[in-house]
Write a protein that binds this ligand. Structure first.
Ligand SMILES: Cc1ncc(COP(=O)(O)O)c(C=O)c1O
Length: 373
């Protein structure tokens, strides 16, 4: 988690819920009393095969060195996702790969374009960490923050790096693979396109851009295994990019970058597509139910989403006090102020949870709105 105090060093994220549990881990039981809807972790457990394999070998998994460069995991990703092993860079969560790649993709003289609003780490990384000239491509709230590919391509004519989070966070809008092909066709071939697909598998057609890397040297697809596969705590991610770039970045990656438990869990997860498809369908059902209830709250607009989260606009600029009030009831929501300068206290994002937690979210929001209006 990152607090506002160290915003210069780190991007702001959700995760305040861990303060309520206790970051020294001495009171982990408290997790049962809170709803951590301020982060976008899966509401469901990892596939049964993940849990049974880890349980069967736990002490050994903890004391044993993993395959040095994730050889088995690499093969499993290539097979499951239809890409080549030499197109992959594996790391401890996609975040570690962003920090590996960005300083090598862009420098202070480079131009980067990020969506606004979008996942805050990218603007922070490009602008504050690398120091690149970073422009925001403003998505229109009246168009539900949908991405207009033509307009984005126009904005990116002189860019060195374009970052597209698809589906985008915090709003959950999504463009299909055809739109990515269209964008690649419009961009200058020297412009790198970074597509972050953390939430793509929640899309009904789930049309990942991973296979496009074979034909587009300037495309890098960033894949987190945290959310959809329910593995956030284990830290597993990978990049799909052209083999020469992958080889260069692999040579800069430390050995054993993914823990043995992480490698074993990820391989087992990739092996159970049927389970995760079932969870996607249930997530959609839960999202539709939560959205219908949120829409009944006074002064709240809910944006369309195909993901495991929903963005709301409040009529009044009371996002901070609403979130504080909800926290007192054990419900942690994300005040989105740091995700766009335009938000100004009007936007809150919630993760989609199971039925019981979704009811707690609604109750906490209803009560918070009553107390803050
Ligand atoms: C859009 C997006 N990209 C990347 C990440 C980071 O994921 P990881 O757990 O793989 O580091 C997140 C986490 O919330 C995210 O929302």
């Amino acid at each position: 988690m990152t607090s506002q105090d160290d915003g210069a060093r780190h991007a702001e994220h959700g995760g305040a819920f861990f303060e309520a549990i206790g970051v020294d881990f001495s009171t982990l039981e408290r997790r049962k009393d809170i709803v951590n809807a301020d982060v976008l972790d899966a509401w469901y457990d990892p596939a049964p095969g993940v849990i049974s394999t880890i349980q069967a070998h736990l002490p050994w998994l903890i004391r044993t060195s993993p395959p040095t460069h994730g050889e088995g995991l690499r093969a499993a990703i290539a097979k499951a996702r239809g890409v080549q092993e030499n197109q992959l860079v594996i790391g401890s969560g996609s975040s570690s790969l962003m920090f590996l790649a960005f300083p090598r993709l862009i420098g202070r003289a480079s131009r980067a374009v990020v969506l606004d609003p979008s996942y805050g780490e990218y603007a922070h990384l490009a602008e504050k960490v690398v120091g690149a000239r970073t422009r925001r491509f403003k998505l229109d709230p009246l168009a539900d923050f949908r991405i207009d590919i033509d307009a984005l391509a126009n904005e990116c004519k002189d860019a060195n790096l374009v970052i597209l989070v698809n589906p985008n966070s915090p709003n959950g809008a999504y463009v299909g693979r055809d739109a990515i092909v269209e964008l690649l066709g419009k961009l200058n071939p020297s412009t790198k396109l970074w597509v972050d697909e953390t939430y793509i598998d929640y899309a009904p057609d789930g049309s990942s851009a991973e296979p496009l890397v074979a034909e587009h040297d300037n495309l890098i697809v960033c894949k987190s295994m945290s959310k959809y596969y329910g593995l956030s705590g284990l830290r597993i991610g990978y990049l799909v990019c052209k083999p020469t770039l992958a080889a260069q970045w692999e040579s800069l990656s430390p050995p054993w970058s993914v823990s043995l438990i992480g490698q074993v869990a990820a391989v087992a997860a990739l092996d159970d597509n049927a389970y995760y498809k079932q969870m996607t369908a249930k997530t959609a059902e839960l999202r539709v139910g939560l959205e219908a209830e949120l829409k009944k709250l006074p002064g709240v607009k809910v944006f369309p989403s195909i993901t495991n989260f929903l963005l709301m606009r409040l009529d009044k600029p009371v996002a901070a006090s609403v979130c504080q009030h909800a926290e007192k009831q054990g419900v942690f929501l994300r005040n989105c102020d740091s995700l766009s300068d335009r938000f100004q206290g009007h936007y809150i994002r919630t993760a989609v949870k199971d039925v019981e937690d979704n009811q707690k979210i609604i109750a906490a929001l209803r009560s918070a709105l009553e107390h803050t209006s």
